[in-house]
Design a protein around this ligand. Structure first.
Ligand code: ZN
Length: 136
């Protein structure tokens, strides 16, 4: 075996290990994120399954959190949040009081030019479950 052939064999072996490692990261369940998820359906509360956000209200935010222009009517409660030295508006599931994230009024500054842009419901992926329209 020439040195060149040995080098190629090592490269393939390393590539194989990288592929296996990458696959195990992708399939690990708790790291789920809906930030770049754009299927038609409704996002429901992960705790009580109340519908909270419709997929058509979702927009591509530059943040790593799923972002919505609006919540399903009467589904979300708001509460003043002064923790961490910030003045924010916390959002909670109106039915089970689960913490969902925060709502901001900087929606138009996230690179979104939709006419309804303005509010940005910034929601934790872990607080949501998705129900696609096809599954009904
Ligand atoms: Zn709930």
């Amino acid at each position: 075996m020439t040195p060149r052939v040995v080098s190629i064999c090592v490269s393939l072996l390393v590539a194989g290990i990288v592929v296996v490692a990458f696959a195990s990261v992708v399939t690990r369940p708790p790291e789920r994120s809906f930030a770049k998820h754009f299927e038609a359906g409704v996002y429901v509360c992960a705790t009580c399954r109340q519908p909270l956000f419709e997929s058509r209200a979702k927009f591509a935010s530059t943040t790593r959190w799923p972002s919505f222009r609006a919540a399903v009517e009467s589904s979300v409660a708001e509460r003043e949040d002064r923790s961490e030295g910030l003045e924010r508006t916390e959002i909670l599931c109106r039915q089970c009081n689960a913490h969902l994230g925060h709502v901001f009024d900087d929606g138009e500054r996230t690179g979104d030019d939709h006419p309804d842009a303005g509010l940005r419901y910034c929601v934790l992926s872990s607080a949501l479950e998705f129900e696609g329209e096809a599954r009904e």
